[in-house]
Design a protein around this ligand. Structure first.
Ligand SMILES: [Zn+2]
Length: 71
C-alpha cells in the first residue's frame, strides 16, 4: 500500500528591512564613531577642543594601537 503525501511548500518569511527606521540610528552611530575617532586620533595640540592632556592620556593606548602618530 502506498500513500502519496503532499506537503505544502515551506515558505520562509523574510523580515522586512525598514530603512526609514534604521537610517537615523545608523547616522547616529556613525556620528558617535566619528566623535570617538576624533578624540582618539586628533585631540592633541592645535586641534584640541579640551585644554590639557587628560583626553590625550586617556586615549593614548588606543592611539598607538590604531597607528595614529603621537610623539
Ligand atoms: Zn604616544
Amino acid at each position: 500500500m502506498s500513500e502519496i503525501t503532499s506537503r505544502a511548500p515551506v515558505v520562509a518569511a523574510v523580515p522586512s528591512f525598514p530603512v526609514g527606521q534604521v537610517l537615523p540610528w545608523l547616522i547616529f552611530a556613525c556620528l558617535l564613531l566619528v566623535v570617538a575617532m576624533y578624540f582618539v586620533a586628533a585631540e592633541e595640540g592645535a586641534t584640541a577642543l579640551i585644554a590639557g592632556n587628560a583626553i590625550h592620556e586617556w586615549t593614548h593606548d588606543g592611539r598607538h594601537a590604531l597607528g595614529f602618530p603621537c610623539h
